[in-house]
Design a protein around this ligand. Structure first.
Ligand SMILES: NC(=O)c1ccc[n+]([C@@H]2O[C@H](COP(=O)([O-])OP(=O)(O)OC[C@H]3O[C@@H](n4cnc5c(N)ncnc54)[C@H](O)[C@@H]3O)[C@@H](O)[C@H]2O)c1
Length: 339
């Protein structure tokens, strides 16, 4: 590491990549953004120009050869995460890998072992663990405020049509991975338990154009969960809902209930005789979790500088992928799947 701080390269300058890149460019204490990497020339050059970077790479191997780069943020389509993380570990670069960690639990175990063997940090991008509201809810559960937690329900519904690579379930593991990974991790985090059984049903209701080429694609899914510790869970996920970005959590306990999140954005409402009360809906995950992504990036740098364990580990990433695969198996077979 140079005395200018941890040198960061963001690999993948798409939607989520630019969130991390902008955070590091704006200033994360102890770090500096050195380069972006993207094989797509237009994305790469636009990112480098916006962020005022001297360096941008077409191929991540070139970034891993750059001595100014100490750590990478992996934000490519999920199918590439494994190869990039293994290459980063071989080059002894610390890794913040976006969710979903990989395509299979075996891939994730390989990535986790490679980083451990290389002595580099591996943090997974479950930024809800850094969101002030989710953290406050977890503290309330842990304090006994609602007695013993019994049922955890989490939903995520996104407004937009999926990125083209997400239609192919073999390339993305579908909305359970791309959308509901966060809910799966939240359920594990709040229950303090691994999943023991899942049952999921899914269908394509809003994306008729994808049906012919991608018959397995689903845009709506609901999954019920039994945890190893006897608790219950429920997840629902959707893409292309149009109305806004909807991420809500409920924890029901023996003595009360906790709600986190709202579809309403801010506190401004407009009321007129013609339209009644109008309130804006949350538009995007980018707005809802802005601060959580900053805290996640800060925590990544801190765990490198302090040589402390990341708050979200490779095991957390792997367990979520295991549940995604079990959920997709349940959708295909129509039967509950034990983990
Ligand atoms: N934590 C979150 O809330 C969150 C939100 C959105 C996406 N994600 C995750 O981030 C990842 C990327 O999603 P996205 O929505 O930003 O996708 P995207 O399609 O917008 O961007 C992906 C970018 O990666 C580039 N790319 C492809 N192969 C590459 C390679 N080998 N090396 C470098 N760059 C490469 C593409 O050209 C593209 O610019 C996915 O794993 C996704 O699940 C996480």
């Amino acid at each position: 590491m140079s005395n200018k701080g941890i040198g960061i390269a963001v690999i993948g300058s798409g939607r989520a990549g630019m969130i991390h890149a902008r955070n590091f460019a704006a200033g994360i204490e102890g770090a500096r953004l050195v380069a972006v990497v993207d094989p797509f020339k237009t994305a790469r050059e636009a990112a480098a120009a916006e962020l005022g970077l001297d360096k941008s790479y077409e191929d991540y191997h070139s970034a891993l050869d750059d001595p100014d780069i100490d750590a990478v943020v992996v934000v490519t389509p999920t199918v590439y995460h494994r190869d990039i993380v293994l290459a980063a570990a071989a080059a002894k670069r610390h890794v913040l890998c976006e969710k979903p960690m990989g395509m299979t639990a075996d891939e994730c175990a390989e990535m986790d072992s490679a980083c451990a063997a290389a002595g580099v940090k591996l943090q997974i991008g479950f930024m809800r663990r850094f969101d002030a509201n989710f953290v406050a809810a977890k503290e309330a559960v842990d304090s006994g405020a609602i007695g013993d937690p019994v049922l955890i329900k989490s939903l995520t519904r996104g407004p937009s049509v999926p990125q083209p690579w997400m239609y192919d379930i073999d390339k993305s593991n579908g909305p359970l991975a791309e959308v509901n990974s966060h809910d799966i991790d939240t359920l594990r985090w709040f229950s303090g338990s691994d999943f023991s059984e899942v049952y999921a049903v899914a269908g394509n209701y809003r994306c008729p154009g994808a049906k012919a080429e991608f018959p397995d694609f689903y845009d709506n899914v609901v999954m019920t969960v039994r945890f190893g510790n006897g608790m219950q869970g429920c997840i629902d996920g959707a893409v292309s809902v149009g109305y806004g970005y909807d991420a809500r959590l409920e924890i029901l306990g023996t003595k009360g209930v906790i709600h986190v999140g709202s579809l309403e954005d801010g506190t401004v409402s407009v009321c007129s005789s013609g339209s009644g009360i109008l309130k804006p809906a949350v538009k995007s995950w980018r707005n809802l979790f802005t601060q959580a992504y900053i805290e996640e990036d800060r925590a990544f740098v801190r765990c490198i500088l302090e040589d402390s364990p990341p708050r979200v580990t490779g095991r957390d990433g792997m367990m979520a992928v295991k549940v995604v695969n079990a959920g997709n198996r349940s959708i295909r077979t129509g039967a509950p799947v034990k983990l």
